[in-house]
Design a protein around this ligand. Structure first.
Ligand code: MN
Length: 137
């Protein structure tokens, strides 16, 4: 069954993510900031159907824990990987990729993002509607 409204009430509803970084409606709830012991941040991200990140990289990688719904993870030049509840994605460092919901389901994931110094992400171009429609075929 495809979820189109988030039933993930574990975490508070987040703020709308910036259109500089996301396409569509994406809500981000920061859960843990980098601190003296933890060289990573943790956030919960909920993508409405059709919503996705822009292409981006992480200097020391990222781990996604899929909590709800269906979506995709794609590295540049590779086929997209379908995502469902319970999936874990271990994203390598400096690898151009995007993640987001499928066209007809939301996707909720926790993101654990490692830092290199003060940086944990570098944003690139939006995923075009053409690129996005190809992975939804
Ligand atoms: Mn990422």
């Amino acid at each position: 069954m495809k979820a189109t409204t988030s039933e993930n009430s574990i975490f508070p509803k987040g703020q709308q993510g910036s259109p500089d970084w996301f396409t569509g409606t994406v809500r981000v709830t920061p859960l843990l900031a980098k601190d003296k012991n933890n060289d990573f941040s943790i956030g919960n991200v909920v993508f409405e159907p059709g919503a996705r990140t822009h292409w981006h990289t992480h200097p020391r990688g990222q781990v996604l824990l899929v909590m709800e719904g269906n979506g995709f993870y794609q590295e540049q030049g590779k086929p997209a990987r379908s995502l469902k509840k319970g999936d874990v994605v271990n994203i390598p460092e400096n690898t151009v990729h995007w993640h987001g919901a499928s066209a007809n389901s939301l996707l909720a994931h926790i993101a654990i993002t490692n830092y290199k110094g003060s940086e944990n992400v570098s944003w690139l171009k939006p995923v075009t509607d053409h690129e996005y429609s190809k992975v939804n075929e």
